[in-house]
Design a protein around this ligand. Sequence first.
Ligand SMILES: [Fe+2]
Length: 248
Amino acid sequence: MKECDMSISQKITEILNDLNYLENAYFTNLENGHFDKNDFIETQIQFYFAVTFFSRPMAALAAKIPLPKMRLEIVRNVWEEHGEGNFKNAHAHTFEELLKRLGNVSVEDIQKRALWPEVRLFNTALIGISVLDDYMTGIGVMGIIEHMFSSISHKIGTGIIKRGWLNEQTIIHYGVHEKLDVKHSQDFFDIVAGAYQTSAENKYYIDQGIWLGATLFHSMYQQLYEHRKRRIFRDITTPHSRAEGIPC
Ligand SMILES: [Fe+2]
C-alpha cells in the first residue's frame, strides 16, 4: 500500500505496532508481579497530575478548531472531564478516590509530592502543542492519547485486580475510561477524517500529531516506571505552578 492511501486508523495501527506500547515495562511489571505496590501508588500519584491537567490543553485545542460544529464533541469531552457540572464525577475526583482506595492516599498526601519533571514534560508538551501548533497536529496528539488510554486503562485495571489490590467492585476510574476513551478518540479523529484524505499537507500534520502523542505517552509511562523508587516531598501545599490551582 502506498503511504498516501493510508487512512487514519491504518496510520494509528502502524505507529502503535512500531511502538509496541503495551509491552512497556510499566504494564508488563504490573502484570507479572515485579511492580511493588508502594512504587505503583507513587507513580499513580504522579499520573494524577497528568489527569487533572488534561482538560486544559483540550479546552485550548477546542478554541482553535475553526467551526462550532466541528468543536462540539471536544467541548462535550471537556465538560465530561469536569463531571458534567457535578464535580463529584469529575475525572480528577474519581482518580482521587482510586488513590484513596488503593493506598489510603488523601488529597493532602498528593499535594505533599513534588511534581516529577517527566509528568511536567508531558503536560507542558500538551499545552504547547495545543496552543502553538496547527490544530490538526493537536487533534492527532490528543486523539492518539485517548485511543491508547482505552487499552492502557484495561491493562492497569486488570493488573490492579490481578495483584489483588482492588476487586471488580472497588476498582474505579480505569473501567470507565476503557470504554469512554474509544469514543473520545473517535470524536477527535472524526474532526479531521475528511481533511486527512484531501490534502497531503493536512495528512502530514495529523500524522505528526499521532506519532508525537504516541511517543509522548509511551515515554511518560517508561519514565514513571524507571523512577518508581523516587520519593520527593515538599513542605508547601501551593500549586505546582502559579498558573494552576489546587483541588478543593
Ligand atoms: Fe477521555
